[in-house]
Design a protein around this ligand. Structure first.
Ligand SMILES: Nc1ncnc2c1ncn2[C@@H]1O[C@H](COP(=O)(O)OP(=O)(O)OP(=O)(O)O)[C@@H](O)[C@H]1O
Ligand SMILES: O=P(O)(O)OC[C@H]1O[C@H](OP(=O)(O)OP(=O)(O)O)[C@H](O)[C@@H]1O
Length: 232
């Protein structure tokens, strides 16, 4: 039986994932044409590469359909409730860095912290008769973070892309999204609330707790982690 590793099939994380393994003597390679989703692994036997969208890798790990997978630490925490019961972290890979943050319009001069946001949200509701809207695709992480910091008078509105545009479009008053350079926030006249980010994300190699770990796959895992210089 082969050990299946899910790696991003495109996008930000793909190339660096291939480089990360390659630098450790495990060559991942796409096979076939540019558009064909097939790949191979050289340097170690008994491994099958599965090309997937980074966003789907958490679900596949949790279901045990892949034994290991590379994706952003933010996506695992967002998509898997109780993620630590489903997967474990084998390696922080040192790329794909991004911060999940909450941002408000730059012109809100009195709102710089979560406490300020809480006060602004209460005032907003009193004035407008509905709760201040925060646009995001990170529902679980933002809800938990705001609950932990005592902010209650808000509503999340779903935004799966172009989230920073929702304030200008008047579908939200604030946003919660990933940022790396900060360019998109600046361009949309938004400022990050002070304090630590909700989550500091990076590409991470995960191991599924629910996959079929039999004698073969465990032996392959041990060979692979040794080659990669990790602890299984
Ligand atoms: N500037 C950035 N913007 C968004 N995500 C970033 C950024 N920098 C790093 N990342 C990370 O990249 C990962 C998302 O990658 P990507 O957008 O390729 O995957 P995806 O959401 O599955 O998209 P797709 O479904 O199109 O493959 C997340 O873990 C995120 O934290
Ligand atoms: O801090 P920056 O370097 O400006 O990067 C942050 C932006 O990049 C991502 O969007 P993406 O390009 O994935 O597009 P999306 O709006 O479709 O999510 C993210 O959602 C931010 O909008």
């Amino acid at each position: 039986m082969t050990l299946k590793i899910g790696v991003p099939s495109k996008g930000r994380l793909m190339e660096k994932t291939f480089d990360w393994f390659g630098a450790r003597g495990v060559e991942l390679a796409r096979t076939g044409s540019d558009r064909e989703y097939s790949a191979s692994v050289n340097g170690i036997d008994g491994i099958e590469l599965v090309l997937l969208s980074a966003g789907e890798i958490p679900r596949e790990l949790a279901a045990g359909r892949i034994h290991m997978g590379v994706t952003g630490s933010d996506l695992v925490r967002e998509k898997l409730g109780g993620w630590q019961d489903k997967v474990s972290e084998l390696a922080l890979m040192g790329f794909g860095h991004a911060d999940l943050i909450i941002a408000v319009p730059k012109c809100w001069v009195d709102v710089n912290t979560l406490d300020d946001l809480d006060a602004a949200a209460a005032a907003f509701r009193a004035k407008h008769g509905f709760r201040l809207r925060i646009a995001t695709k990170f529902h679980r992480l933002i809800r938990d973070h705001l609950r932990d910091h005592g902010v209650a008078d808000y509503q999340l509105v779903d935004s799966q892309g172009a989230t920073e545009g929702t304030v200008k479009n008047e579908t939200a008053e604030a946003v919660a999204d990933i940022t790396s350079t900060g360019e998109t926030l600046r361009a949309n006249h938004l400022k990050i609330l002070a304090g630590k980010p909700v989550h500091k994300s990076q590409a991470t190699l995960f191991k599924s707790r629910n996959a079929d770990w039999n004698e073969d796959t465990r032996a392959t895992l041990n060979a692979l982690t040794e080659k990669l210089g990790l602890r299984a």
